[in-house]
Design a protein around this ligand. Structure first.
Ligand code: UDP
Length: 252
């Protein structure tokens, strides 16, 4: 898409349209356990993205033919709601949401101890309430917090964020204008503890050197998001522990 006249994605001071430096994330808010009837849930805001994730299971796998006698499967359903974008989105699955659901399921299957729950399905619903680019990454960040909130045994949380190329500059966490008018977008999910990459896609063009710099920048972003995911879970469970302690105090 051509850049509208007069729009400068990076200004003379090196700042981006929303005032960020190239290596800055958008403001992030993560809350664990926001839905009462889900087994686990999380809400994430990443800039103007607003995303809910709900987890149910492990439960009997449907459709039945997907059951695996040796392990559980993760079935992720990414759904962008009609009112989440400027031009109303037609409700229901489309090629994009089917693709995103598949790659998010695959990333989550890499961290859950699937062998502990043969024949079951762990269902993860991701609802994009408001979208402003980077929703697959914010959705994955939310989904892994929701899985942990559900108490599903897993070896790590999965933080994700994108990096890319905008006005010939490598930047972190592209917003909508940068995604639309930039040169490349590279969503990445990365486990800081083990150094594993669980998701990597790329849209657009970069040289090998730019690609390597973008990957490093996105890894740094993931490390920061990882700390926020842990804090969100600690916040929820420290409240529960202190509530239990005060109840125990009342009884005795
Ligand atoms: N988008 C939209 N309508 C659509 C799909 C996407 O307006 O049907 C917008 C939305 O803001 C989304 C952005 O385009 O966040 C980038 O979409 P992309 O497919 O790159 O996925 P994302 O960056 O959200 O993971």
């Amino acid at each position: 898409m051509d850049l509208p006249e007069g729009l400068k994605l990076i200004d003379e001071n090196g700042k981006r349209l929303d005032g960020r430096r190239p290596d800055e994330l958008r403001p992030i808010k993560i809350e664990a356990g926001v839905l009462k009837r889900a087994d686990g849930s999380a809400y994430v805001e990443m800039g103007k993205n607003k995303i809910l994730a709900a987890v149910y299971g492990p439960r009997e796998c449907h459709p039945r033919h997907l059951q695996d006698p040796s392990k559980a499967i993760v079935q992720c359903a990414y759904n962008m709601l009609s009112f989440s974008v400027d031009d109303r989105k037609r409700p229901g699955p489309d090629r994009r949401s089917i693709e995103i659901s598949k790659i998010l399921s695959e990333a989550l299957e890499r961290v859950v101890f699937l062998e502990q729950f043969p024949r079951t399905s762990i269902d993860v619903y991701i609802a994009v309430l408001q979208a402003n680019a980077g929703t697959r990454c914010a959705g994955l960040t939310a989904a892994s917090v929701a899985l942990a909130d559900a108490g599903i045994p897993m070896r790590d949380l999965v933080p994700a964020c994108a990096a890319g190329k905008v006005a010939d500059t490598i930047v972190l966490d592209l917003n909508k204008e940068e995604d639309n008018f930039g040169q490349a977008d590279l969503p990445l999910a990365y486990l800081p503890r083990t150094g594993e990459i669980l998701l990597l896609q790329m849209d657009g063009h970069m040289t090998q050197d730019e690609f390597e710099r973008a990957v490093e920048l996105a890894k740094g972003g993931c490390s920061r998001i990882y700390a926020l995911q842990q804090e969100a879970l600690k916040r929820k469970y420290s409240v529960i522990v202190s509530e239990e302690e005060s109840k125990a105090g009342e009884v005795s």
